[in-house]
Structure formats: C-alpha cells, structure tokens
Design a protein around this ligand. Structure first.
Ligand code: PHE
Length: 357
C-alpha cells in the first residue's frame, strides 16, 4: 500500500496538465483503478485482516483524491497566471496623439452649408436615397419618354419577375425631397436638403456617388431676384470673401421654368484649384423657378404659390474651397489624404464662431 501511495502521489505531483491528471485519477481511484481492485481483495481476507486493510485502503483513496484536487487547483491557478501575463496591458501608456480621427471634408462642408442657410431661415429636410421613379422623375415633370431619364445615367434597383411594386432607383438628385417636403408641410416653406445622390459617371470631376444640397423656397411672391440674392449671399459666406464671380447661364430643367445654371470663376493652374481667379468656370449648381406641375405634384396650388429651387454639388464646392483637384480622392479612404484634408472634431462651423479655421 505504501508503494501504491508513493507511486500515485509522485505522478500527481509531476502531472503537467488537467488531461494527464484525469488519466492518473482513472488509473488510481477510478471504478476499475488499482485501489478498487485492492478493495475487491478484501472479500478474500479474514475478518481481522479486513479490519486493518479496509480503513487503510479508504485512507489511501481519500489521500489520493485530495492530492488530485489540490493539483487540479494549482494547475488552474497557473493557467490564470499565464493568461494574466500574456494579456497584460499598460494602461499608463500615453495615447497616440498623432493618430486621431478627423471629420471628412464632405461632412464639414455639409455643416458649413447648413449653418449658412439656417441663418437665412432654411430648415433641413431629408429623404430616402432609394426612392421610387415617381418621386425621382414623374413628380418632377420628367415623364417616362423624357430624354432626361436617359441623360441622368440612372441606377435602377433590381426587380424580381412578377414584382408589382413601383420601380425604385438610387436617387439621381436631391430634387425628389422637394416633393416630399411639399407633401409634408405645404406652403409656405423654406428648406434645404443635403445628401448623397447616384449617377453612373466616373472621371476627375464625377463619381458614381456624390453629394448635393437641394434648396426650396415657396411663398406668394418669391422671384428669380430672391434666388439670385440668396445664392450670392451663400457664396460670399461660404468662401469667406466679399465677392466671387458667378455666372448665371440660361438653361433648361423639366422641373423649373425659367432655369439657370450657375458657374463660379476658378483656376486649375499648376494642378491646384483656386476659386475667384483665372479664366475657367466650374458649374456648381442648377436652379430656377419651380414648375407649376411640380407644385401640383407636391399638392400645392400653383395659382396661389410660387418659389425657387436649386441643386448644388457639395463635393464641387468642397473641392473649390479646400483646393482638392480630384473629386475621386474624397472617396478613396486614403488615411494620409484624410489626415491632411480632415478637420478636428471640435471645429464645428458656425457663422459667429467662424466657418473654417
Ligand atoms: N436636380 C438638378 C440636377 O441634379 C439640379 C436642380 C435642382 C436644378 C433644382 C433646378 C432646380 O442637376
């Protein structure tokens, strides 16, 4: 019995992990283990022999069991110590000040635009990026056969055969929000709607997803003169200058009559884009007086109300203000670019505190 005891206690002490400890337990005190076999021999003994051997075997069994339990606890402690060692973290290390995130220029410019128009009494409206072709086209006086549908390079949502829902598109402009906000609030109204729009187009000044801000002002006697003043005020505030050359060009949109496109004077010399100088013009917006049919589609009586609308390219005016020559860089997620052109999170643009710093 002393041999058995020293054999198993040594094995337990040497066990390297819980699996080998379990093997030892089965061999020693399991149902068919060595101690159990010895207990079976008790039957063949005389009563006196059994009185000595019985308690001794029981004592041996419990001694082995407690050695097993102690070793198991010790192994668990060692495993925990090892985890604590390997997962150690120095919480006193300084933070990485060079690697902070930045606000994307498009987000920053959207805030700047919102701050300027808010000061002129416009509130912000929103609409879905996936919209029906009725909101994106028909309600804006662009019927099915109209060439503008083809010109817009529209992304259509896939439709399964037998799907009878109205066709959906990725909105090609923010103008559908004109209709949605007329439906929601009626006239008079003064809103801007900034947001993403989509067209299948890709070069230095076009990306398949870009951003516009729609403007809509409806009242009883709004005119083109109000439109021109609002846009000039906006451009001066936004570029933080006393005057910028704007060019109003007669144009055509199905949803405005009359219509004008507005270009801004700029220079691309030496690969850098500068606003207000040079002999080039960059188109930044389309605008005009809201077409009576569009007012009707929005549930507003065109014999009582009239208004102006415009749609401006947020990315375009961001390029101009911050000298970004290639629009595609806005959407490349290049960290070096983001660190260079990004804004500090606390530089919230306001008219009184300054738009950009
Ligand atoms: N929706 C037009 C575009 O995306 C812009 C626009 C808006 C023109 C409102 C006139 C009035 O090109």
């Amino acid at each position: 019995m002393d041999d058995l005891k020293s054999k198993y206690l040594t094995q337990i002490a040497d066990a390297a992990d819980e699996a080998s400890l379990e093997d030892i337990r089965i061999a020693a005190v399991g149902k068919k283990g060595e101690v159990a076999l010895k207990m079976r021999e008790l039957g063949k003994m005389t009563a006196e022999e059994r009185q000595v051997a019985g308690p001794a075997l029981n004592a041996l069994k419990s001694e082995i069991n407690s050695a097993l339990a102690a070793k198991k606890a010790a192994l668990a402690d060692a495993a925990l110590d090892e985890r604590l060692r390997s997962e150690w973290l120095d919480v006193t290390l300084p933070t990485r000040t060079q690697r902070r995130g930045t606000i994307h220029p498009i987000s920053q410019v959207t805030e700047e635009v919102t701050a300027i128009f808010a000061e002129m009494g416009f509130s912000v409206a929103e609409g879905p990026r996936i919209d029906t072709d009725w909101y994106n086209f028909d309600a804006l006086n662009i019927p099915g056969h109209h060439p503008a549908r083809a010109e817009m390079d529209t992304f259509y949502m896939h439709r399964a055969e037998g799907d009878n829902r109205p066709p959906h598109v990725l909105r090609t402009h923010t103008s559908p929000v004109q209709i949605r906000s007329m439906e929601a609030t009626g006239a008079p109204t003064r809103i801007i709607c900034p947001g993403g729009v989509y067209r299948a187009d890709y070069d230095q000044t076009h990306t398949p997803m870009f951003h516009q801000v729609e403007g809509l002002a409806i009242d009883r006697d709004i005119s083109m003169a109000n439109l021109k003043w609002v846009l000039e005020e906006f451009v001066k505030s936004y570029f933080e200058v006393d005057g910028v050359d704007l060019r109003f060009r007669a144009s055509h949109f199905p949803f405005t009559e009359p219509s004008a496109e507005v270009d801004i004077r700029c220079s691309w010399e030496g690969g850098t884009l500068k606003v207000g100088e040079g002999d080039d013009w960059l188109e930044i917006l389309g605008s005009g007086m809201v077409h009576p049919k569009v007012l009707e589609a929005g549930g507003i009586d065109p014999t009582e109300w009239q208004g102006f609308a415009f749609g401006m390219g947020i990315d375009r005016i961001a390029m101009l203000k911050y000298g970004v020559p290639d629009l595609r860089a806005f959407f490349d997620s290049d960290l070096r670019w983001l660190r260079h052109y990004g804004f500090a999170a606390l530089d919230v643009p306001t008219l009184h505190g300054g738009l950009s710093r």
